[in-house]
Design a protein around this ligand. Structure first.
Ligand code: ZN
Ligand code: ZN
Ligand code: ZN
Length: 315
C-alpha cells in the first residue's frame, strides 16, 4: 500500500512538474469538437529570454518554467491545423498528440516559421506536410536554405494562400488570411480569420482571429473594432504593455499596439458585443507575466483576457 501510494505520488509529481515546465502538460488530443487551443503565448524568443536577467526571466529560470512562443491549433472534426511554426514546435505538436493536417505561417520572423526546421532530414523527415503561406513568403522559403531543402526533398509542400481568399479546411471550417502592416524584411505579414459554419445554417456560428504581430492599430487600414463580434474570439498582439518597457524609444515608434492602449480602444466594443479578446505574443518585459501585478488586475477588470497556454476553446 505504501509503495502504491509512493508510486501514485511520484506519478502525480511527474505530471505536475511537466505542466509547470511549459503549461502544456500531457498530450491532449483534439476531441473532434470544433474550436481552437492556445499552444504558446510568448513573443518570438520565449521566456526566459536569451541574455536577460529581468525579474520575469529570472523567476521563470528559478521555477524551471518556459513560456512557449505564440501559436495555436485550429481543431476540426477531421483533425487539426497548426498556426505558425515556432521554435517550440516539437513540444507544441507533442501536446496535440498527433501531426497537424497542415501549417499556416503568418510571416518570416524567427518565432513564426523557424520551427519548420524540425520537419527536415535532421529531425522528423516529414513527408509532404502542407505549409500554407503568402506568395512572398513562399518564394522566400523556396529560395533560401535550409528551407529550400525541405521543399526539394518533398518534406514540406508549399501551398500559397491569397489575401482575403478563404481556404477550406474541412466542410464548415475555413481560414482566410488578411495582410497587416508589420516589419516586412523577408516576407509580408498576415493575420488569420478562422470561421466555422454549422450546417445546415449558412450563417457562421463562431470564429477566431489569430493576429500575433501587427504595427499599431492606427497604421492598419482596417478598423480592428469591426472584427469584434458576438461570435468572435481574438488572439491578438500583446507584445508590450506600455512604453515603460522601452524607455529610450518614443511611444509612436514602438511598432506594436500597446496592451494598455488596446484595452482602452477595444474594451468598450468587446463589452458591448461579447467578443472575447485574449492577448498573447507577450515580450519577456511585459508586466502581465506577473499575475499579482496591477497591470494584470487592470486587464481583468477591463473584461479582456490573457491567453493561457494549453487552454482549449470549443466553438
Ligand atoms: Zn513575433
Ligand atoms: Zn527578461
Ligand atoms: Zn514579427
Amino acid at each position: 500500500m505504501r509503495l502504491f501510494l509512493a508510486l501514485l505520488l511520484s506519478l502525480f509529481a511527474c505530471s505536475k512538474s511537466e505542466i509547470a515546465q511549459n503549461g502544456l502538460g500531457q498530450p491532449s488530443p483534439p476531441t473532434g469538437a470544433v474550436g481552437f487551443r492556445v499552444l504558446g503565448i510568448a513573443q518570438d524568443a520565449g521566456l526566459p529570454h536569451i541574455g536577460c536577467v529581468c525579474t520575469h526571466c529570472e523567476t521563470a529560470r528559478a521555477e524551471g518554467h518556459r513560456e512557449l512562443v505564440a501559436s495555436a491549433a485550429v481543431e476540426g472534426k477531421t483533425g487539426w491545423w497548426l498556426l505558425d511554426a515556432t521554435p517550440d514546435l516539437p513540444a507544441q505538436i507533442h501536446a496535440q498528440g498527433s501531426m497537424p493536417k497542415g501549417i499556416f505561417l503568418t510571416h518570416a520572423h524567427i518565432g513564426h516559421y523557424t520551427g519548420l526546421m524540425y520537419l527536415g532530414r535532421e529531425a522528423l523527415g516529414a513527408q509532404a506536410m502542407p505549409v500554407w503561406c503568402s506568395p512572398r513568403m513562399a518564394s522566400y522559403l523556396r529560395s533560401n536554405g535550409p528551407w529550400s531543402q525541405l521543399v526539394e526533398l518533398g518534406q514540406i509542400e508549399i501551398r500559397e494562400f491569397r489575401s482575403d481568399v478563404p481556404v477550406k479546411l474541412e466542410p464548415g471550417l475555413q481560414l482566410t488570411a488578411f495582410q497587416v502592416p508589420h516589419r516586412d524584411e523577408f516576407s509580408d505579414t498576415h493575420g488569420f480569420l478562422i470561421e466555422h459554419f454549422e450546417p445546415p445554417a449558412v450563417n457562421r456560428s463562431a470564429s477566431l482571429v489569430f493576429l500575433p504581430d501587427i504595427d499599431q492599430w492606427e497604421k492598419w487600414d482596417y478598423p480592428i473594432e469591426k472584427l469584434l463580434q458576438a461570435d468572435t474570439h481574438l488572439l491578438i498582439d500583446g507584445t508590450f504593455w506600455s512604453g515603460a518597457e522601452l524607455p529610450h524609444r518614443n511611444l509612436d515608434e514602438i511598432p506594436h499596439p500597446l496592451v494598455s492602449r488596446s484595452i482602452e480602444r477595444l474594451g468598450p466594443t468587446a463589452r458591448e458585443t461579447g467578443a472575447q479578446v485574449r492577448f498573447f505574443h507577450l515580450n519577456h518585459s511585459n508586466p502581465l507575466w506577473n499575475r499579482n501585478g496591477a497591470e494584470y488586475a487592470q486587464l481583468r477588470a477591463s473584461g479582456l483576457q490573457l491567453a493561457v497556454t494549453g487552454e482549449r476553446v470549443t466553438f
